[in-house]
Unconditional design. Structure first.
Length: 539
């Protein structure tokens, strides 16, 4: 399509300076918070799953062998974790899927626990054990087993007892949970209920890290968990918050900076990152000093990709994306010099970020336009929204999985947010000052982007946001940061809430204030002159 020339506003010029900051150190201060100026960027989006959401488990692997003896003694546990976020209503239904191989089902004990370890319940345990010294059924696990209250088939104990012993596999399928094998247990053990234990959990209780613990009660026979998924259904839609700059798909924002290692305005850029889950610093060369640095999941593998947008004339400007799923490069022409490429987000609710740019109106009061492409090389969709002088603040404000179109406008000093939902619905919200930098994200863990801003007051950074779960209430959580710090909001602890965070260039240190606990953490990465990529989530 034909791309017209566009003029950028003052704050947009600051963004362009940010893109060059790796080449020219003197421009770095323009990208930092100087009272009211901030570099421009995109808010974190969300992936909708309504009415239920499924959360993949991490930490799968071999189940340590039991210790043996009579009665049998458990070995060390294998703990699979499920980072759950975006549950906005009380839990009504829970199910769990396990892909498991293990000889001798009578050895295996499986327990599901909510965040914090309570409540918890046995999913299936030591099938066939009815005495204190018993070893249980000798059949084997070998496939995917789903445990749900909706199951209507035969009790898994009965199925195990009806096969031909240690040469056979318990038929994979959907089963009810059962009481554990133990002294005095009946055979088959009575069915139990996941929902009797977990239904009614509030969002505060449900959002967090759930665990599925596997133990082996006897020696010799061994097994492995290759996959596990937890499905939660609340009373309302679930918007699964997508932590920005999450390079390994664990629902936690990672610590990432970029550095011009080649020197000059077009020098080679090197990305340095530490995962929030721990591990060594990783270095990766991608992009040039004049690029815009972004990170989103363009290939739908639940991992944000390393990416840049390179300005140029129409048909020359392009996104350069390193697809994490295939370890391949994707280069696609899109936009032109003067566009804002940091509004990349999922505009069609397919789980993948779409190429997108925001083009400001050519002069004061003229129409601004959002452009995005949902399929590689496909047609471009455009949405006229905003005018010259506005600042875009995209995100999923209604939790339906599709990014919405939102701009902040300075009206007589007041901040006024004009929202056009993906559904076409429109509304206006007054919030903050027109000069406040925007830091939108999901701060209340309801799966919806919240309107949020920061303001420099008396040499300190004040954070303000309006929870979408309780509209009309302004929450001022804390003072966090000082002018000169880079704003780097994100979900660093994986609880589904954006945290207040900054990167201090003088010491190369990330400082994170976790919500709602107020826990403070820090990590040192980078040196003065680097640029923290999470700053692209600021407008």
């Amino acid at each position: 399509m034909y791309w017209t020339n566009a003029k950028v506003s003052t704050r947009k010029v600051i963004l362009s300076m940010t893109a060059l900051c790796l080449a020219v150190l003197g421009l770095i201060t323009g990208a930092q918070l100087n009272s009211t100026n901030a570099s421009s960027a995109v808010t974190s989006g969300s992936i909708a799953a309504s009415p239920a959401a499924t959360f993949p488990g991490t930490g799968t692997g071999a189940i340590p062998d039991g210790l043996g003896g009579t009665p049998p003694a458990y070995g060390p546990p294998l703990v699979v974790s499920f980072p759950v976020s975006g549950v906005s209503g009380n839990v009504t239904n829970v199910s769990v899927s396990i892909t498991l191989t293990h000889t001798f089902v009578g050895d295996v004990d499986v327990v599901l626990a909510a965040p914090g370890g309570a409540p918890s319940m046995v999913v299936v345990s030591r099938i066939g054990v009815i005495t204190a010294t018993g070893f249980g059924d000798s059949s084997n696990y070998g496939g995917t087993y789903v445990f749900a209250d909706s199951a209507s088939g035969t009790n898994i104990w009965t199925v195990a007892g009806g096969v031909c012993g240690d040469a056979c596999v318990v038929l994979p399928g959907t089963y009810r949970t059962t009481a554990p094998g133990q002294a005095g247990q009946t055979n088959p053990a009575p069915v139990t209920s996941l929902n009797a234990t977990f239904a009614g959990l509030t969002p505060a209780q449900a959002n967090g890290t759930w665990t599925l613990t596997f133990r082996d009660a006897a020696s010799v026979d061994v097994g492995n968990v290759s996959a596990a998924n937890l499905t939660i259904e609340p009373t309302g839609p679930v918007g699964v918050s997508d932590a920005p700059v999450d390079l390994n798909g664990d629902s936690r924002t990672d610590y990432v900076v970029v550095r011009n290692v080649g020197g000059g305005p077009s020098g080679q850029v090197r990305w340095f990152y530490n995962l929030s889950s721990g591990g060594p610093t990783v270095a990766f060369d991608w992009g040039l000093a004049g690029d815009f640095f972004i990170s989103e999941d363009f290939d739908n593998d639940n991992k944000d990709d390393i990416a840049v947008w390179r300005p140029g004339a129409a048909t020359v400007a392009a996104f350069y994306i390193h697809n994490s799923a295939t370890n391949t490069a994707r280069v696609e022409a899109f936009g032109q010099t003067g566009d804002d490429p940091t509004i990349v987000d999922d505009y069609n609710n397919d789980g993948s970020a779409d190429l997108a740019v925001y083009r400001a109106g050519v002069s004061a009061g003229q129409q601004s336009t959002w452009f995005y492409r949902t399929v590689a090389g496909g047609p471009v969709t455009y949405v006229p929204w905003g005018i010259n002088g506005d600042f875009p603040a995209p995100g999923d404000y209604d939790g339906d999985g599709s990014a919405d179109f939102v701009v902040q406008r300075d009206q007589a000093g007041a901040g006024v947010f004009y929202t056009r939902l993906a559904t076409g619905a429109q509304f206006v919200t007054r919030f903050g000052l027109g000069s406040d930098p925007i830091v939108p994200g999901d701060y209340d863990a309801d799966g919806k982007t919240d309107i949020a801003v920061v303001r420099g007051i008396n040499g300190q950074i004040h954070w303000f946001y309006e929870p979408s779960g309780t509209p009309g209430i302004t929450s001022v959580q804390t003072v966090w940061g000082s002018p000169g710090d880079f704003l780097t909001p994100g979900d660093y602890d994986g609880d589904g809430r954006n945290d207040f965070a900054i990167w201090r260039s003088a010491t190369g240190t990330f400082w994170v204030y976790s919500l709602p606990s107020g826990t403070i953490t820090n990590l040192t990465l980078g040196v003065s002159g680097d640029y923290p990529v999470a700053n692209f989530n600021v407008h």
